[in-house]
Design a protein around this ligand. Sequence first.
Ligand SMILES: Nc1ncnc2c1ncn2[C@@H]1O[C@H](COP(=O)(O)OP(=O)(O)OP(=O)(O)O)[C@@H](O)[C@H]1O
Ligand SMILES: [Mg+2]
Length: 235
Amino acid sequence: MEKIIELKKVYKTYNIGEIKTNALDAIDLNIYDGEILVIVGPSGSGKTTLLNAISGLDDVTSGTIKYGILDFTKLNDRVKTKFRKNNIGFIFQTYNLLNHLNVYENVKVGSLLSKDKTDINDILKTVKLEKHKHKEIYQLSGGEQQRVSIARALAKNPKIMFCDEPTGALDEKTGKIVLQSLVNINEKYKTTIIIITHNPGIALIGDRIIKMNSGCIVETIKNDFRIKPKDIPWG
Ligand SMILES: Nc1ncnc2c1ncn2[C@@H]1O[C@H](COP(=O)(O)OP(=O)(O)OP(=O)(O)O)[C@@H](O)[C@H]1O
Ligand SMILES: [Mg+2]
């Protein structure tokens, strides 16, 4: 697989009073086109910090983050925002939907952000929401709302999707449906997907799993046999 992102010696240091914490401590990491990469690790280990660093939502203290030949750490905010707009989709633990718009309209908002659009009805089908497309957000379950947020992120046809605990607020059944939507997207559009999770079972749907602890990547595991979300041991 082709390397699309390369992190070298990335540090993120917080100074609180006298105390320094390396939320990211010398991170070296490659991300490959079309892979599902899962990040696991205990609370406070730096997972969200890493995701925010890679997406440029947050500046790093030192090190380089390259997208191809583009060094992200050297770009100004305006250029980074534009790059994100065109290339990156986000899914958060909380769905951040627009409650005064219906399902279709929420997804449409995502497509307005970019020239390179995917077909909205096609996306709604991929995340199994076609039946719900005229519903208001409050008429949906948590899992359905999360799938709207996936559809919205997907509507601009991003190259990469960053997902921070996408199933954190969901029960096993809905969590697995949401993960199946992400797998469908990866298979259908070849989108690179990075998923943070607390649930070690979820790691097995990825091509690679990185384990973090105290700001470091302590282990990288290659997984040659991605399991189906329905077969995840939920724990
Ligand atoms: N703005 C901030 N100021 C100071 N310290 C911070 C800040 N943001 C994060 N940290 C610290 O950086 C470390 C990594 O935090 P991070 O949010 O990346 O953890 P995480 O692995 O995502 O945890 P969780 O699983 O609980 O979401 C933690 O020790 C946290 O307290
Ligand atoms: Mg986090």
